[in-house]
Write a protein that binds this ligand. Sequence first.
Ligand code: NAP
Length: 353
Amino acid sequence: MSQFSVGVLGATGAVGQKFIRLLENHPWFSVTHVGASSRSAGKPYSEATHWIENVPIDTKVANLNVQDCDPAHFSDVDFVFSGLDSAVATDIEKSFAEAGIPVITNARNYRHFPTVPLLVPEVNPDHISLIKQQTFDPKGKGFIVTNPNCVCVPLVTAIRPIFNKYGVENIVMTSMQAISGAGYPGVPSLDITANVVPYIDGEEGKIGKEPLKLLGKLQDGKINHAKFQVQATATRVPVIEGHLLSVTMTLKEQPASIDELISVWKSWKSPIADLNLPTAPATPVKVYDDPRYPQPRVHAYIENGMQVSVGRIRKAEVMDVSFIALAHNTVRGAAGGAILNAELLVKKNYISK
Ligand code: NAP
């Protein structure tokens, strides 16, 4: 396959940098255009960006000139990834879709549009057919696909096997979210050093709403949202990468035993397992038996940061079952998840040259 030419919008931000890093040696995609605000436009990428990744900038991207996020400057690309600030994403992403350029975004702005897939390939790959109903581009080439909030990714990926078999009635959970989730410069050091901040603005609402669309059923071209409630507490902890979740659920049907439930978890096969997508982890949900696992520093980067780890599965004293889940927030929960979305879209012929 010859390489797809790709633009990254918001390329100078924390998620944008992760895109540049993860795409450096991608077998299908090559970054040819980078976009950011007028503060950065006109400068070489290496000069406009305060680089925070712990590997050097890909040299071919370092020398690209940053453009304003105007689709006219991106007419040569096959599609764009977006790591745009949500304050500006609505109009910019729409203008790209209208110009016939597919947009695969991390921003929250279009997540609840009825015709926009909120996509995790291992969870709801069938939802991509919603794209056919989008009207941004009369020629049908431009569209928008979103990925979920970085806590919702480990939550829905972890519960997918259990939701399929037993159904979910209610969830009570606490997220322990890494500092990198707040972008750069992010949380003030005096707030987060040797401390926990028990509140993240806007986060609990997203955790309550997005799983219902993600686990919804596509019927007659519409998503029938799943029906359960999530009581979430979102906290910021002094961890650099990896969001850890403590989750307790009530199920609609009861497993015969916790061992049966664990074996459902361990034997689950991802619906995209046979597609050979380059970024797809071999084991999308890894279940640990050791009660000390998973831990952000030890497990967040396994399978290049694309694996969701689950551990401490146990019978709950209140409700039915408790467990811990972990995922790398800027890889699986942001840029890596979006790259996997793009690979699925290529494989299913929604993106072509
Ligand atoms: P960030 O570090 O603040 O980066 C924001 C980017 O948007 C920068 O490239 C910035 O360019 C660009 N931008 C700002 N105003 C602009 C304008 N008027 N026109 C064009 N570009 C503009 O934020 P982030 O943490 O990378 O997050 C990016 C997006 O991903 C957000 O929507 C966020 O909610 C979402 N997200 C983040 C995470 C995470 O873990 N961090 C996870 C999931 C989703 P300049 O450098 O030129 O200002």
